[in-house]
Ligand binder design. Structure first.
Ligand code: KIV
Length: 286
């Protein structure tokens, strides 16, 4: 299996067909995604919602994200693993951003980090890149700014707002990012950003003109009760899992589960020893 590098991801910009990226949060799902040949796996802070049950991504902590990133990295042979920097692990200062990014590379075995924000995040992005750590940008609908945006709303709908997002994307690229997520913006804006940038754009709810698309593992597999408008469910694994667990429960209750003889038997000799009434020298049993 060839190892996907930053260089390989940058080259995807020049491919005629868009590429698919996906999130993963644990060893097993990372293995499955990697085996399907997905070149880029994001350990998204969406883990706060789909793995931990929070209403937003805001509560995700460094410790939690590091643990998930390390698990994903152990499951991946080929894909590039990108760790999502959680809220307040990089916003407060350039120093905190470098420290957090470094932890993801050293302790989480990620190959790159992602952070949200445009022009105001340029100092953080360039400082991290200067440390030799590749950065993926993220502009448009930035979920960590949930309160500032008054909820998850499509961004860049007016001419001025669209222009600001275009400038954000250009600033992120100039700061040294190797790729950029465009989330929740009108398709025409994503198209223009994609044509103006030299780095690959990866869209989520940003229309068909991005260089790649990224989705949340649980959303495309139908694992949760809720599916955002921008996703497509390729399976209904949630229902399949509940049905399988119900079947298991029924089979245990009916004895069918243990009727398969898929367990170990004692030898005749061991059985005799076990059922002997003389417990020898064991004081607790004599
Ligand atoms: O946290 C996340 O999963 C993301 C996406 C781009 C899907 O940031």
């Amino acid at each position: 299996m060839t190892k996907i590098t930053i260089q390989s991801i940058k080259q995807l910009k020049h491919k005629p067909e868009p590429f698919a990226a996906l999130t993963a949060y644990d060893y097993t799902s990372a293995q499955l995604v990697d085996r399907a040949g997905i070149p880029l796996i994001l350990v998204g802070d969406s883990a706060a919602m789909v793995m931990m049950g929070y209403a937003t991504t805001i509560p995700a902590s460094m410790d939690e994200m590091l643990m998930l990133t390390a698990a994903v990295a152990r499951g991946v042979q080929s894909a590039l693993v990108v760790a999502d920097m959680p809220f307040m692990s990089y916003q407060a200062s350039v120093e905190s951003a470098i420290q957090s990014a470094g932890d993801f590379i050293k302790k989480g075995s990620a190959s790159a980090v992602k952070l949200e924000g445009g022009q105001h995040m340029v100092p953080q992005i360039s400082a991290i890149v200067d440390c030799g750590i590749p950065v993926m940008g993220h502009v448009g609908l930035t979920p960590q700014s949930f309160h500032q945006m008054s909820g998850y709303r499509i961004q860049g709908k007016t001419g001025t707002a669209a222009r600001t997002i275009l400038q954000d994307a250009l600033a992120v690229q100039s700061a040294g990012a190797f790729s950029i997520v465009l989330e929740g913006i009108p398709a025409e804006l994503a198209e223009q950003i994609t044509s103006e940038l030299d780095i690959p754009t990866i869209g989520i709810g940003a229309g068909p003109h991005c260089d790649g698309q990224i989705q949340v593992f649980h959303d495309i597999l139908g694992l949760g009760d809720f599916a955002p408008k921008h996703t497509r469910q390729f399976a209904r694994l949630g229902a399949l899992i509940t049905d399988s667990v119900l079947q298991y429960k029924k089979d245990v209750a009916s004895g069918k589960f243990t009727a398969g003889e898929n367990y170990t038997h004692l030898s005749e000799k061991a059985q005799k020893t076990l059922s002997a009434t003389d417990y020898g020298t064991d004081p607790k049993r004599s």
